[in-house]
Design a protein around this ligand. Structure first.
Ligand code: ADP
Ligand code: MG
Length: 370
């Protein structure tokens, strides 16, 4: 079991990379702590598989180091890294039985057969593979094969970490939920570092204690599901997490705050000071549909928008409105009155985020100079 540290890591598939767009992984520093249950969440093509393959040793990074418990492992081949990896599509030996497939990683280690029997039974129990143990793998359904594939990743309890690369893609939806619970259970039982790759935010937040959100070859935020929801560090996190995602509006600096069209939004003194240090940055404000405050009627603090559309989703409604030419989404609770034509709203300062070149502007500067 190990802490996995990525130190100044970068990777380009191109032989002569010149600009940052040539990098599948842009230079990053990141730590997966020993024993954590992590998700790596991001859209297709953002570099998730590349990163996992670098950690497991299938791929050698262009720059930087991979460290396990502080030891650089760049030169170690995958079999010496003691990492189990489960891929998107099943990797099983078709001619072997399910039992032999599960026993394979253990036999490789030279474990005695009595112990192998115990371990295989243990994992077959967890994954409900008992009825299939003596079937040949080629006779299994895609779901069943993937369960065997996962079993092979989980059967060794001496691994440093288990990496899952979108392992439930080929699994039937009703089984997905069950398997995710199982993985969580296995994590709690064995205290193994697990990194679970997915592009599905629900899957990420049900599995992981902490989620790394990846976008364009960078980890743009690493936090709990709640932190990602309440304080997205990057506009992509705001947009990608939540349903619908965060409202994002392009703004310009304006006397004591920012503005779009004729609408002025005042900001705190601290944010204004930070803003003054960012000349020329592309600014956006962001607020989640859940956090927009809707008033019952006109009010001196309220902005006035026009209702465009109301979508009833049972326990809540999503209101689409136009505010000074900008489209906004607002989430209304079941018991909240639904505005008819005009809607009066405000943006509570606590939930109004300011982004400069897509990164969150913190009211306090991050580094304090002596
Ligand atoms: P993800 O797993 O998040 O979908 P990948 O790590 O597979 O993303 O890919 C990241 C980027 O690297 C993509 O732009 C992809 O096209 C590119 N890429 C992946 N594998 C290769 C490869 N073997 N050769 C060249 N480019 C690759
Ligand atoms: Mg992938």
């Amino acid at each position: 079991m190990a802490e996995i540290r990525l130190h100044n890591l970068a990777h380009s598939y191109s032989r002569a990379p010149t600009e940052s767009a040539d990098y599948a992984i842009r230079e990053m520093n990141h730590v997966w702590e020993q024993g954590g249950a992590y998700a790596l969440l991001g859209p297709s093509g953002c570099g998730k598989s590349t990163l996992l393959n670098i950690i497991s040793g299938l791929l050698s990074p262009s720059h930087g180091e991979v460290q396990f418990d502080g030891k650089v492992v760049n030169a170690l081949p995958p079999e010496l890294r003691n990492i189990a990896q489960v891929f998107q599509f099943p990797v099983v030996y078709d001619t072997m039985t399910v039992f032999d497939n599960l026993a394979f990683p253990l036999r490789n280690q030279g474990m005695n057969e009595a112990k192998i029997l115990t371990k295989v039974n243990e994992i077959a129990e967890v994954l409900e593979l008992h009825p299939l143990l003596h079937k040949r793998a080629r006779n299994l359904t895609a779901d069943e094969k993937q369960k065997v594939s996962m079993g092979r990743g989980l059967v060794r309890d001496d691994v440093s970490a288990i990496l899952f690369d979108e392992p439930l893609t080929v699994i039937d939806p009703h089984l997905k939920w069950k398997l995710r619970r199982k993985l969580k259970q296995i994590h709690e039982q064995f205290n193994i570092t697990m990194v679970y790759v997915t592009h599905d935010q629900l899957e990420a937040s049900t599995f992981a204690d902490k989620i790394a959100v990846m976008y364009g070859g960078q980890i743009v935020q690493f936090g709990t599901p709640r932190e990602l929801f309440e304080r997205p560090s990057h506009t992509f996190v705001g947009y990608f997490i939540g349903s619908p995602g965060m409202n994002l509006i392009d703004v310009l600096p304006y006397a004591g705050g920012v503005r779009f069209n004729n609408t002025v939004l005042p900001l705190s003194a601290a944010l204004n000071r930070r803003l003054a240090e960012l000349p020329g940055a592309k600014l956006k404000i962001g607020i989640r549909p859940e956090f927009v405050h809707v008033w019952d009627g006109p009010n001196e603090d309220a902005l006035c928008g026009e209702v465009v559309h109301v979508e009833d989703l049972g326990t809540y409604k999503i209101l689409t409105l136009k505010l000074d030419g900008q489209s906004l989404k607002v989430r209304l609770q079941e018991d909240q009155p639904v505005p008819q034509q005009q809607v009066y709203l405000s943006f509570p300062a606590q939930w109004l985020m300011l982004y400069a070149d897509d990164f969150l502007v913190e009211a306090q500067a991050q580094e304090v100079q002596p």
